[in-house]
Design a protein around this ligand. Structure first.
Ligand SMILES: Nc1ncnc2c1ncn2[C@@H]1O[C@H](COP(=O)(O)OP(=O)(O)OP(=O)(O)O)[C@@H](O)[C@H]1O
Length: 300
């Protein structure tokens, strides 16, 4: 990948946690991944493989044991407003309204804007997540989905270089989950924020991402395969599901996860690649669909 395409760079990331005997166990070991500016990458893998560990290391909230993360040309040294995180639970301050919860970060990131401008920024982002009529509600007056919308508005209003989503829809019912997937997709189409999404959900990973990074099982987890998704944007659920490559892409993901499951109790000795694993691309034959094959070529 050329230098100008390297917006987020993760090099040989290692995270070691002490086990109950006091020995360090490398949960993640030699994780390499590069994201282009504006790219959305889903991180998928079996439970406990280290997805959140990678995400929190990139956020700066979880110290890196060794390796480095470079965002927009700067090596990260801790958390910062250039990297917004949305977790499963939005953790809103209960004594503040939706507006005040978003306003806290905005006041910090736009210190030179006037009070009116800062209010307008908050109103804008609360509106695009669908909370125009609920800005003055307190968390106790909002559903889980509404609270998560506030969490998303709070993250995006910071105008981050990178958005880190750690199973952001994990606690929501399936209808709300689908609504919020579309809210995020609309925002990403407009704001072009480079995004990493941790999810367990294969269909969510395909619907949201440009590429899917599949992690091997831990300990010593790393990038197993990277799957390119030649699906057009803006995304639309019906068109995505009907795309001629959809089930082939889904099959590739499921096969990888099944393969990892088989190796759970028979793990080969870990190796340490210098570069990210080569991308895996599913292609259509010309006979299958000529329109879709344009996308394949454009993204291959
Ligand atoms: N603070 C910690 N101390 C010790 N071990 C930890 C700590 N945090 C995570 N781990 C271990 O690191 C491994 C990876 O955890 P992590 O939460 O990153 O996995 P994950 O893939 O995100 O899991 P899930 O999909 O279930 O959320 C797990 O074995 C977990 O028990």
């Amino acid at each position: 990948m050329s230098q100008e395409n390297r917006f987020v760079e993760m090099y040989r990331l290692v995270k070691a946690y002490p086990n109950p005997f006091g020995d360090d166990v490398k949960v993640v070991d030699g994780f390499n991944l590069i994201l282009k500016k504006g790219e959305v990458v889903s991180l998928i893998g079996h439970s406990g493989c280290g997805k959140s560990t990678v995400l929190t290391m990139v956020s700066g909230l979880n110290p890196i044991s060794s390796g480095s993360v470079v965002v927009a040309g700067r090596e990260i040294a801790g958390p910062g407003p250039d990297r917004s995180v949305v977790f499963q639970s939005p953790c809103l301050l209960p004594w503040m309204t939706a507006m005040q919860n978003v306003r806290m970060g905005v006041d910090r990131v736009y210190p030179h804007a006037s009070r009116t401008e800062r209010r307008q920024i908050c109103e804008y982002y609360l509106s695009i997540v669908g909370l125009a009529d609920s800005m003055d509600k307190y968390p106790r007056e909002m559903s889980g989905g509404m609270q998560q919308r506030v969490g998303i508005a709070r993250a995006i209003a910071l105008k981050p270089n990178m958005l880190l989503l750690d199973e952001p829809f994990g606690r929501l019912d399936s209808l709300t989950r689908m609504e919020l997937q579309d809210v995020i997709l609309r925002i990403l189409d407009k704001e072009k924020i480079t995004t990493m999404l941790v999810t367990h959900d294969v269909d969510e990973a395909i619907y949201m991402a440009d590429r899917i990074c599949m992690m091997t099982n831990g300990p010593n987890a790393k990038v197993g395969q990277v799957l390119e998704l030649p699906l057009p944007r803006p995304r639309n659920r019906a068109d995505t599901l009907e795309h001629p490559l959809y089930y082939e892409l889904r099959g590739s993901l499921v096969s990888f996860l099944e393969e990892q499951e088989r190796h759970k109790h028979h793990k080969p000795k870990a190796t340490e690649p210098d570069e990210p694993a080569p991308p895996m691309t599913v292609t259509l034959s010309e006979e299958e669909d000529t329109t879709a094959s344009e996308n394949v070529t454009a993204n291959a």
